[in-house]
Design a protein around this ligand. Structure first.
Ligand code: F6R
Length: 242
């Protein structure tokens, strides 16, 4: 694992963008795995600056989001379809038809999830997977005790994750109970895993991921086995590293 400790979000955004661009530069069809949430915001902001400045073009890239809630309409402002559209596709000027988000409304959710994994494979696999990390060390929505070999599938959100995400909804009751998420096995197939985190609230999860045993109680610890995992964090998130 490469650990990059930055003094603030601006610096973290630049460090992460430099690495992402390094690994996709020159690829005819870069495939980017997209996370939602607060963690990668600084990265998306920096990429947006580069796109607006004419230094980066992502219109030919393919994108695969990590996850989606089950049972909320795509047009809901907090569906990951909406969030990816407004915080990633539009600012980064990606081509909407080239970006996919798991289907949380399919009649057969598992068939749709299987088809999602196949689409990633058909695209040639993910070149750079952008990740955040939950305070319980989930990546994607692979909550503690998720199988290390899991593929895209339905998962139940833990009370902790629903509480963490309640800030995006009017009340905790409105936070969906289930999601469809890429599995840990799917994430591990990416050629580069680029994880971002900031703030003291993530310090325990970061320490467990980087220095703890590789164990399903800390899903992100599987990244210790990733051939190219890059962790870009601020000083607060790094504060519990030895
Ligand atoms: C988002 C995702 C989640 C988040 C994690 C951290 O697509 O898969 O794993 O990355 O919950 O969320 P934030 O960054 O909002 O603290």
């Amino acid at each position: 694992m490469e650990i990059v400790i930055c003094k603030d979000a601006h610096e973290a955004g630049i460090a992460a963008a430099d690495r992402l661009v390094h690994y996709i530069e020159g690829l005819p069809t870069p495939v980017i795995g997209l996370a939602t949430g607060s963690s990668p915001k600084a990265l998306y902001q920096e990429l947006t600056r580069r796109v607006e400045g004419g230094r980066l073009d992502l219109s030919h890239a393919l994108g695969f989001a990590l996850d989606e809630y089950v049972g909320i309409d795509r047009s809901h402002p907090e569906s990951y379809h909406s969030v990816i559209t407004h915080s990633v596709i539009e600012p980064l000027r990606m081509t909407p038809s080239r970006v996919r988000v798991p289907d949380g409304l399919a009649a057969d959710l598992q068939a749709a999830a299987d088809e999602y994994d196949e689409a990633i494979e058909l695209a040639g696999g993910v070149d750079v997977q952008i990740l955040g990390i939950g305070s319980n060390a989930h990546i994607g929505f692979n909550e503690p005790f998720s199988s290390f070999s899991s593929r895209t599938r339905i998962k139940t959100l833990t009370p902790q994750t629903r509480e963490d995400n309640a800030r995006f909804f009017d009340s905790i009751e409105q936070v969906p109970t289930h999601c469809v998420t890429q599995g840990l096995g799917t994430i591990m197939d990416s050629r580069v895993a680029l994880l971002m985190a900031s703030g003291e609230k993530k310090a325990d999860a970061i320490a467990a991921m980087v220095e703890g045993p590789v164990a399903t109680r800390c899903p992100a610890s599987i990244l210790q086995f990733h051939p190219r995992a890059i962790v870009v964090i601020d000083e607060a998130a790094a504060s519990k590293l030895q």
